[in-house]
Design a protein around this ligand. Structure first.
Ligand SMILES: Nc1ncnc2c1ncn2[C@@H]1O[C@H](COP(=O)(O)OP(=O)(O)OP(=O)(O)O)[C@@H](O)[C@H]1O
Length: 329
């Protein structure tokens, strides 16, 4: 049986910055069912954290409504807070308590008895792979361990709904993968509904069952990663040529072959989007051969969520990252 965990309608939040109105979130709608793992994905400043802060009652909406775990965030904030866990950006102050004690204290703060808090802390230490460091002071933990402790802190009172604001920001790829694995295990073991924000495309793709893409404070797409990719992006075929003039010549053949499919040209590389790359690439190579354009290399890649974002907005989520949008030679 499913039931609605979050129902937000027309959620809006403005900020006044030096007499100018910043519309951080504008008319955002979001539904999350019990047991789902949903990622809010979007570029910097898209409004993900502001959305999370409204859903967790840390910030009042300017307008719109949100029911979270059955309660209204504006009129029943206390009831909402008792039913959720929230792991914000940069939690985990450098406390001098031992990790296990920190967790037990947090449980006591939520009204658990000492015995229950200790049992629950031990369970979470096990699930999150913190056994080896449970007796160490929190300030001595690594970034990845600290982040897992943050998650344990957010789950100590066994909330049915957990919010994680950019849980893996600042972690290296290995720790990011490790954290993702723990989040998945936790969810499988407990059935906790989870909503996380991220600007890591791979994280959203691999971890979430549903990805809600946010841009300029509003939802621009909402579906499973696979459905988003098949609806908004085809396969990416990258071709390399020995000379720039070959690449330019190839553009003519490819343009005629692929019709209106988007083309990107960078130096001696060309990128083309084909609905079925596996089937059409050999035909494309034959067409280039017939046109006497020698191809130096080819690669067919399945679309990523970045391709989806690009197709929806004309921008890359990776803008600003080295090599973004280029076809490497
Ligand atoms: N307290 C605030 N005062 C003024 N402007 C704010 C405040 N909080 C957020 N904003 C602005 O609202 C917009 C959305 O910010 P938000 O932090 O929600 O984005 P985000 O998607 O979480 O970005 P990031 O991925 O960088 O964390 C940004 O333009 C930001 O500068």
């Amino acid at each position: 049986m499913t039931s609605t965990m979050i129902r937000a309608s027309g959620l809006t939040r403005h900020f006044n910055v030096k007499k100018e109105k910043v519309e951080a979130v504008s008319g955002l709608d979001l539904h999350v069912e019990h047991g789902e793992l949903v990622a809010l994905l979007g570029p910097n400043g898209a409004g993900k954290s502001t959305t999370l802060r409204m859903l967790t009652t840390l910030l009042r909406p300017t307008s719109g409504t949100a029911l979270v775990a059955g309660h209204d965030v504006s009129t029943e904030p206390k009831a909402v807070r008792g039913r959720i866990g929230y792991i914000g950006q940069g939690n985990g102050a450098a406390h001098s308590q031992r990790a296990s004690d920190e967790l037990t204290s947090q449980g006591r703060a939520y009204g658990l008895t000492t015995a229950t808090a200790k049992t629950r802390a031990a369970e979470l230490i096990g699930t999150l792979g913190l056994d080896a460091v449970a007796g160490r002071v929190v300030s001595s933990l690594s970034g990845g361990q600290r982040r897992r402790l943050d998650i344990a802190m957010g789950l100590i009172h066994t909330p049915p709904l957990l919010f994680l604001d950019e849980p893996s920001t600042g972690l290296d790829p290995q720790n990011r993968a490790n954290l993702a694995e723990h989040v998945r295990d936790l969810r499988e073991a407990s059935g906790t509904t989870m909503v996380l924000t991220t600007h890591y495309l791979e994280e959203a793709d691999q971890l979430a069952e549903r990805v809600v893409i946010i841009d300029h404070g509003t939802v621009i797409a909402d579906d499973t990663p696979a459905a988003l990719k098949s609806a908004h992006a085809g396969d990416r075929v990258k071709l390399w040529f020995d000379h720039d003039h070959d690449a330019r010549k190839a553009m003519v053949t490819i343009g005629a072959f692929a019709g209106t499919a988007p083309l990107r040209h960078h130096g001696s590389g060309v990128e083309v989007e084909l609905a079925d790359g596996a089937q059409l690439t050999p035909k494309l190579l034959r067409a280039l051969d017939d046109a006497l354009v020698p191809v130096a290399g080819v690669e067919v890649a399945r679309p990523t969520l970045d391709d989806v974002f690009l197709s929806l907005t004309g921008r890359s989520l990776r803008e600003g990252e080295p090599g973004a949008g280029e076809v490497a030679a």
